[in-house]
Design a protein around this ligand. Sequence first.
Ligand code: ATP
Length: 358
Amino acid sequence: MSVLSIADARIRFGSYDALKGISVAVEQGQLVTLLGPSGCGKTTLLRAIAGFISLDGGAISIDGADMRGVPPERRNTAMCFQSYALFPHLTVYENIAFGLRQKGTAKEELEQRVQSSAAQVSLQAQLQKLPTQLSGGQQQRVALARALAVRPGVILFDEPLSNLDARLRDQVRFEIRQLQKNHGFTAVYVTHDQAEALAMSDLVVVMNAGQIEQAGTPHDVYYRPINRFVADFVGTANIMPVQVVGRDAFANTYRLKSPMGEVEVLSDEQPIADHVYAMWRPEDAIVQDGLDGQSNVFTLKVKAKSFLGNLTDVSVSAAGTDDLYRIQILGQTEIAEGEMRSFRIEPSKIRFLKERVQ
Ligand code: ATP
């Protein structure tokens, strides 16, 4: 049985459909992210799970029990917010103890739970401080400890890292994931940051305009995106309309006409039509000498390049087109703007999207 089951959840604000039928099952010990652009309904779904908004259709069950009419405080969930939502006049100890006091937890049990939650996030030495005496990362850990202390069935994270600077964000997201794996808590995590979703999740639910576009492992949504929206939202994608002009389904190979020229594809998934979209990732293009005679070698014009330290980002286009493709090369490259260069893309690195070209 799933810890959290969401079946065809629908929410309307006036005449606006914020959630148009969302179904997700979250298993014990899983971290599931809701990933999508601003306004897609992630927070609305999280608030519905917590009980702050009621559904207009569908159902949410926690531990097998239907949550219809169950108020937030009687649900087996705890929220961990982006703004930390700490009480500034209470010590770290009292902040962590807050949910336990609300639930009327006995004194000894409360003391023990505050101490163990603080230890989980390495805050034992900070318990008598006020939140303002802590760094942003430490404040976020207090918020996490407060959620952990009530030992909820599901912890609900609402963009918890968005107030932290980039370096700290990487560190805290790593810590949350380690903690989640070590202690096996179940979590639903809202973010619009695809890197965060890929790094942290067991399951990524990609949402758009109140609907799920795709739910899958980080590997699946990155390497097997279902359509242009997912391919483009999760990482950077070069997406091309293609026509299948030859196929050897036995060998899983396909010949395509594309704006870059003729392309060979090796795919265990068949295209859903003759005119579909295909995509490849910027890191999949290889630039090296001696490519002559190999398949999938494209001579493209270098339009721009930018050095990013660990890699160089290069924009290229095929002769006679304005379509730009992004290529990423590890480290530095001697490639110069304006020149024609040959690139190779492995046939297995080009993937069909399950989206027809209309
Ligand atoms: P963000 O990342 O910006 O927080 P989100 O994906 O979490 O975006 P939601 O906050 O869930 O998006 O909002 C989904 C849509 O519903 C938005 O268009 C928003 O304006 C609308 N909405 C949210 N709450 C209400 C409300 N109480 N009344 C009316 N419309 C609302």
